[in-house]
Design a protein around this ligand. Sequence first.
Ligand code: AMP
Ligand code: GLY
Length: 423
Amino acid sequence: MKVLVVGGGGREHALVWKLKQSPRVKEIYCAPGNAGIARDAACVNISAEDIPALLTFARDKGIDLTVVGPEAPLCAGITDQFETAGLKVFGPSRAAAEIEGSKVVAKDIMAKYKIPTAGYAVFTGPEEAISYINRTGAPCVVKAEGLAAGKGVIVALDKQTAINAVNAIMVDKDFGGAGDRIVVEECLFGEEVSILAFTDGFNVVPMVSSQDHKRVFDNDQGPNTGGMGAYAPAPVYTAELHKRVMAEILVPMIRALEAEGRTYRGVIYAGLMITEQGPKVLEFNARFGDPETQPVLALLDTDLVEIVDAVLAKRLDQIEIKWRKQASVCVVLASGGYPGPYEKGKVISGLDRVTGSVVVFHAGTAEKEGKIVTAGGRVLGVTATGPDILTAIDSAYKTVDSISFDGMQYRRDIGYRAVKRVK
Ligand code: AMP
Ligand code: GLY
């Protein structure tokens, strides 16, 4: 079959890498892809958000299956449009993807169906929001309603930070229309875990648990990023917690979405805080996580095409999804300055020295005069798998040591929470 992956980051490189291992995949394309993906797939110069052009390409090429990576095309209805055109596509419909596209929709569904999450209030103007914050105080979390590339969430430990956040989102319009409404949430404390699951609209099959590292510097210091690294599985996520998450969060959410006329098919991502009262939802995403997908797919034994087929045929209960009993870690190598402004076009050296069980997924790279250069904030995701987390971390950082580019920055402590727990 011919497969098209939509997107061009580390997650999409991992998707291409995994899909390509399927004996059923004869040709694989990626739009727009990047310099690393180009070694595994035929890259097509179409933006992930240009749905009409993607549709034309898929039709002309006779693509049998399209797998969508990022949230923007999902929230814009790529799935609905491909399905209307009779094309097979993996990802939730526009209505279902609103659990990521609108934090208000997500919170209202969780409240209606009593799915554990932080308490919240919704505001359409800055004055009411600020007077609410003045009344209820800090800490609190201020969130732009819509998509803001992971930057629309401000955890405010004091009132002034919260008020500044309201002004930045609603008055200065830092995130444009995504900030027309805001959610002010109760601040939750605990350890975070990412649970991704496959669902066909009824059956819910979780993947191995994972943990992201959102802050740019070691020990979770500095501003939030798209994610500086991740590992799987996450030891904080015990069998007992898993039972609760399935019973209290994932299954009820999938049932709620069905009841609301937003039947969800694809991958659902639950970002959870493990609080003293138990697991609570921080956010739902309508897609695979980035960088969680890199270590998670590295542990997936089953053919991803078989899983996608089962989701689309609504028979996810009829296949067995197997995971390697190993650990995997992805260390992100980022451009100097990220998540702030950074330079591009730095030549990357050492990529040819990567060997063994380590895979380097490309996130933001391009090819220039035969050389691989940086082309984004997150540049590479060095992903290593081993019998346990310590071995995986060790081999990931050994590979990191052999790669370099001007201004390269990365965290040296990816997986530290897991290390603490296993020691
Ligand atoms: P989100 O995009 O909603 O996941 O938020 C990004 C990050 O902000 C999360 O990964 C958490 O670290 C933090 N966060 C979001 N909501 C809350 C909350 N209610 N309490 C504490 N931290 C939060
Ligand atoms: N790793 C966070 C996300 O994919 O949203």
